[in-house]
Each structure stands twice: as C-alpha cells, then as structure tokens.
Design a protein around this ligand. Sequence first.
Ligand SMILES: *[C@@H]1O[C@H](CO)[C@@H](O)[C@H](O)[C@H]1NC(C)=O
Ligand SMILES: *[C@@H]1O[C@H](CO)[C@@H](O)[C@H](O)[C@H]1NC(C)=O
Ligand SMILES: *[C@@H]1O[C@H](CO)[C@@H](O)[C@H](O)[C@H]1NC(C)=O
Length: 352
Amino acid sequence: MFLPTIISITFLFGGLFTDALPSEGRKHNFLRNGKLPIPTRDSTHVITVTVEEDNTSLGGFERPKFIEREFTVFDPVHKRKGNAKRPLVLAYHGVMSDSETMRQLTQFDREAKDRGWVAAYPQGEWKFSEKMTNWNGAGCCSQGQDDIAFTKDMIDYIVKHFNVDENEVYVTGVSNGGFMVYRLLCEMGDRENGKPWISAASVHSGLLGAWQADFSSCSISTDTSLVHFHGLADPVVNITGKPEGKQELLPFAPVTNAEWKSVNASIDYVAEAMCGSNAITSTSNPTESTTCHQMCDGKVEYCMVEELQHMWSGCSDESLHMYDPNHATNVDATKYFADSFARHSSKKETNL
Ligand SMILES: *[C@@H]1O[C@H](CO)[C@@H](O)[C@H](O)[C@H]1NC(C)=O
Ligand SMILES: *[C@@H]1O[C@H](CO)[C@@H](O)[C@H](O)[C@H]1NC(C)=O
Ligand SMILES: *[C@@H]1O[C@H](CO)[C@@H](O)[C@H](O)[C@H]1NC(C)=O
C-alpha cells in the first residue's frame, strides 16, 4: 500500500514570461516557476500544477485560461542520486478514464519494480464533469489544450527529480491515450541533443488520427520504435478506422472533420517514416489468439488479438477484463510492451 503525496502549486504567469522561451517554443513550461515540489521518499507522488492555455475556446469546448493538470509518478526504489539514470515509462489513459484506472489496468508499477524503471500516469484534462477526461490526441476527443507542451514539461520534471535518463523515455496509451501516443510520435521531435523525446512507444486500441484530415504535422523520428496491439472485435475504435462508428459512440466529441487511419494504415505510415518500407519482414504467434507482424527489422510491430474488444490484452484485473473473453490466455500486453521498450533500448546501446 503506497500513500500518495499530494503536492499542489499554483503558478503566477504574466511577468514571469518576459525572458526568452525555451527553444521548443513552449509557453506553459511549468519548470520555469522555480518552485516545483521536491519529491519525498514515498513511492507514489501525485503532482498537480496549474498551466496557462492559449486557446480558451476551440473545437466547441470552452475552457478557463488557467487549468489544473496532474500526473502520478511511481518510483519503486527512490534511487534519486548517485545511481545510474533510469528509464521512464508514461502511460496515457482512455477517454472518460483516469490515471489511477490506467495504473490498475496496465500494472506498469509491476514492470517498474521488476526492471528498475520509473512509471508515470499522466491525467488528461477534465471536462464537463469529473468523469469526462481526455487527451488532445488528434482524432479523439477534444482539441485546444496543449498536451504536447504538458508532456514535455512533465518529462523534464520527472527527469530532474527522479534520476531518469532523458534518452530512455517510453510512452504507451490505450484508446484516446493511444491516439495521443501517435500524436506524440508525430510531434514531439528531438531534444536539443538530437535524440528523440520518445525513444520507444506502444499503442493499445488507438489509431493515428488527424483533425481536418491533415497528417502534414506528423514527423516521426527514425530512432524510435512502436508496437501496436488491437482487438479484432473492437467496436469502439474499429480496426478499419471508419469514422462513422466513433460518432455514435462518442456523441460529445467534435469528430466531424477528423480522420482515423486504419490499424494497418497507421502502422504502414510509421514504418514508411522509420525505414522507408512497410514490408512485413516476419510474423509470430505469441499465443493462439494473437498474430504479430514485424516491420523495419522489428522496430515496428503490430499484433491483432482475436475476440478482444476495446480492452487491454491480458488484463488480469477482475473488475476490468470484461471485454476480453480470453484474458487468462492472451498475451500480457504490459509485459510485451515493456520487453519491446527494453529490447529497443539495449539495441541502441550496442549500436553506440
Ligand atoms: C490556438 O488556436 C490557433 C488558431 O485557432 C492555432 O493556430 C494554435 O495552434 C492554437 N494553439 C494551441 C496551443 O493549440
Ligand atoms: C468494423 O467495421 C467494419 C466495416 O468497416 C464492420 O464490418 C465490422 O463489423 C466492424 N467491427 C466491429 C467489431 O464492430
Ligand atoms: C492488415 O494487414 C495484415 C497483414 O498484411 C492482413 O493480414 C490483414 O488482413 C489486414 N487487415 C485489414 C483489416 O486490412
């Protein structure tokens, strides 16, 4: 049982922003406040910050100029100083969900403990009510809040306070959080040292989506990796990427002009960007119900899970696995993703 440390801070902007912005052009870089909390020696930290948003009305949503944002960091071993820097995995929840549910669904705490990583669960912006949260994931669900800047600020904070290696940041997400991961791959780009912000990624039950059917802002680094898991029976984010279905299921979301690529087209897009080819180089069957195809020498992979609906493959939590009839025998997506991150990480090291 880990007791969360609640740290709350509110920022004063205005005059503080007269000096030059960081090179990424971030406006609400919350490190600039200079008063961020120093984590205690607890394992779990809930960090709350207030950020300023440019667009108070966009996509039919109204928002206050200053909004509160939150993320939970799980650090199993408190190795903050004098030790080798550790990888970080960030896990993005789905629409109408939250960071604690993502934690329960994926159990990345377990991988962090086993592998000596730090795990963090960002919280999407709250909307309408406490039950309505989401990411500006390009294709679902609201737009306007700058979740790219929020992600960069959050990574910088965790790198600084939890002894994390900035060159080993892995991201994963489910559903709307999966759309967000595709957007991060497209738009995060490189740090000043020339290495990508995101060194490895995985998506579960999300797709590559774009507002106004425009993919021109998508620029994927060749020095990253992606695994995509999807249920063949997913009725919410259909593998074909057809927009009709989602409008019925998400009546509150302004999706009219959005375009979703199918799973195959999403993966093809990433593979073409990463290695110039979408050719499948190998195929594997980690379980009877799951077929995985590898591309780009294994840097890009997608796995189709039979009978799985809109759910995390292999989820063992009794209260969450209802859309996975084969949950007991399906691949544990959390472990599969963590293995992929680790493989990609060690591959990069041996290439040095
Ligand atoms: C705010 O909206 C304008 C135009 O509607 C857009 O060009 C700009 O990128 C938006 N900024 C953010 C941070 O979303
Ligand atoms: C996905 O969409 C296709 C049509 O594009 C449809 O035939 C199929 O039944 C849908 N799958 C599910 C699980 O709803
Ligand atoms: C996606 O690609 C795989 C491998 O080429 C193929 O077996 C599968 O039928 C494709 N799925 C759809 C929905 O086109």
